[in-house]
Design a protein around this ligand. Structure first.
Ligand code: HEC
Length: 215
């Protein structure tokens, strides 16, 4: 009985895998999907994972992403490749909340001279999860251009580079040094939010919109 269930489960998984594979092929051929011959040629050079990710975007976002310079797209691929934890379900907002928890854990650990907790949390922060579909679908569409996206590596370096340096200082027991990196990390969070995120939770049911709302 148990054996049979297991066989059914295996068959189900296999079917699901085939469906996922052919879904991307089908999406590519679907009418109204706006795949120009140039885009098709560009996509032919991509890894299967990358191709599947691009095909999961709406035609509108796909067009914008394919319009980014090869340099910027290569940088984004590198960012995705450097992170070993990729979620199939989580949104960027959920990932960001986990990142905030890691940051708070680092601060708590630095405050009580707990080098091990500080280093572990900092490394988890640096290797944060990548949300479903990658980072790009969660950025405002009007920021999907070479100029705005070119600042991403610097922000990434401020957050993730500083987190790694904090972990290394903590490994050496230099908590004073670790503490200085905390503000470098937060400067990266703030810079990215100022550029790519509006005010969280703004209400559409207020008569006077909040100044600075950009989404
Ligand atoms: C690469 C740019 C970038 C960096 C760096 C970044 N964030 Fe974010 N963050 C975003 C974007 C974009 C959103 C909005 C996501 C959404 O609403 O879909 C966001 C949303 C959030 C939210 C959710 C707020 C809400 O709407 O409920 C939290 C919490 C957060 N970030 C924390 C952090 C912390 C802490 C750091 C630094 C350790 C950080 N972020 C670094 C881009 C960034």
């Amino acid at each position: 009985m148990k054996q049979q269930k297991f066989v059914n489960l295996k068959a189900g998984l296999l079917l699901a895998a085939c469906a996922a594979l052919s879904a991307s092929a089908l999406a590519e051929q679907a009418p109204g999907n706006n795949i120009s011959p140039e885009m098709r040629a560009q996509m032919a050079k991509m890894s299967p994972e990358m191709k599947q990710q691009i095909m999961s975007y709406t035609p509108e976002l796909r067009q914008k992403v394919m319009g980014l310079s090869p340099d910027i797209r290569a940088t984004m691929n590198q960012v995705h490749a450097q992170h070993t934890r990729k979620s199939k379900e989580l949104t960027l907002r959920q990932v960001m909340q986990e990142i905030l928890s890691e940051y708070q854990s680092i601060a708590a650990a630095v405050a009580v001279d707990n080098a091990e907790q500080a280093a572990d949390s900092a490394r988890r922060l640096a290797n944060h999860r990548i949300p479903k579909g990658g980072l790009l679908p969660y950025f405002p569409l009007d920021k999907m251009n070479n100029q705005d996206m070119s600042v991403l590596p610097a922000m990434n370096e401020a957050v993730e580079g500083s987190a790694i340096r904090l972990a290394e200082a903590a490994d050496k027991g230099d908590m004073a040094k670790a503490a200085t990196h905390l503000s470098d990390i937060m400067s990266g969070c703030v810079a990215c939010h100022q550029k790519f995120r509006g005010i969280p939770g703004v209400s559409d049911h207020l008569m006077s919109p909040i100044a600075g709302k950009n989404r």
